[in-house]
Design a protein. Structure first.
Length: 335
């Protein structure tokens, strides 16, 4: 019995040592929307669940929603500096900082955000290695194409003249300025207040976020066309990633793919699109479908943004642009 007990003890010790060697990691993931938002419930939570299951529980993720760890515009630097291990970042909140990435913000390129997410990931991942070199790029998460929502009708570009508009990102802010409007640049969680208190007359947003952020009672008029996208990114602190065991790095890498960008985005895309029908069914909203001539007016008004982007990027801009268009076409997401 003594020998058996001794052998059992040695075996238990060996198992314990093996368990200790199988390092566990707890990651802090920060974002800036409410915890009930589809970004969390349909994107982040399924991604986290898959990551945990694939690692047999060795990777745990604690989610910090609603700007708990920092303001929305700070999330890139929060990933870089390790304030969070993973952040959900909108690069468009920082004008001019990521000029190549800002191509995706120019209207009339992506007409859907499922194929668009996969295309964006494939196109931008190699660019991110230099343009966002102090973080690890993981996923791209564009929303369903957004448009203008306003207190009074906006039908053609001239209607923006004189309005204060909360733009989705820096490129839309530039576009609003070019049309004679005044950009009111606040992150999404502060958008309702800007509309409600009269600071802004209109907003560029995807459809159902008008309801999610409680803006539906303030903006009864909507331009009914797929106009622009804003794409958020999931970014990882490099020290966190480099400090993980190789097998856990491999699991994380498997969750940072173009296919995962599409999968991560699908639920939110569907949810945002549903807001349009909700407005139609309510009888309280007016959706204006522009004519073909009016769509062309909008496209002509936005065209200078492409030339400005190429000038800012400089050498290689045309090749980068062509690569983005080719990726959209490859995934049936070209406007």
């Amino acid at each position: 019995m003594r020998i058996g007990t001794l052998v059992s003890g040695v075996m238990l010790a060996a198992v314990a040592a093996g368990t200790a060697a199988a390092q566990e990691v707890t990651l802090r993931l920060s974002h800036w929307v409410p915890p009930t938002h589809p970004i969390q419930t349909m994107g982040i939570e399924p991604w986290v669940k898959s990551l945990t299951e694939a690692s047999n529980g060795r990777i745990a993720v604690t989610i910090f929603p609603a700007q708990q760890l920092g303001a929305a515009p700070d999330h890139y630097d929060m990933a870089r500096d390790g304030i969070a291990d993973i952040t959900y970042t909108n690069p468009g909140y920082q004008a001019g900082r990521f000029p190549k990435y800002s191509l995706i913000e120019i209207p009339f390129h992506a007409n859907n955000s499922t194929g668009g997410a996969q295309a964006l990931h494939e196109w931008y991942a190699p660019i991110a290695e230099t343009e966002m070199s102090d973080v690890k790029f993981c996923l791209a998460n564009p929303h369903d194409p957004g448009t203008f929502h306003s207190k009074n009708p906006i039908k053609v570009p001239a209607d923006v003249n004189g309005l204060n508009v909360r733009p989705a990102h820096a490129t839309m802010a530039r576009f609003v300025s070019a049309l004679g409007g005044g950009p009111v640049q606040v992150p999404a969680p502060e958008a309702r207040e800007a509309i409600a208190n009269g600071t802004a007359d209109a907003i560029t947003f995807p459809w159902n976020s008008i309801y999610i952020f409680g803006i539906d009672s303030e903006t009864p008029y909507h331009l009914d066309m797929p106009f622009y996208i804003s794409a958020q990114l999931l970014l990882i602190n490099k020290d966190t990633y480099n400090g993980m065991p190789d097998d856990l790095k491999a699991i994380l890498d498997d969750h940072c793919t173009p296919e995962w960008s599409r999968r991560f985005s699908e639920g939110w895309v569907e949810n945002e699109a549903s807001g349009r029908q909700k407005m139609i069914d309510s009888g309280e909203h007016t959706l204006y479908v522009p004519t073909a001539d009016e769509v062309q007016m909008w496209r002509d008004a936005a065209a200078p943004l492409i030339d400005q982007w190429k000038e800012e990027v400089g050498d290689g801009a045309q090749e980068i642009y062509d690569g983005y268009v080719a990726a959209l076409e490859r995934h049936d997401a070209r406007f």
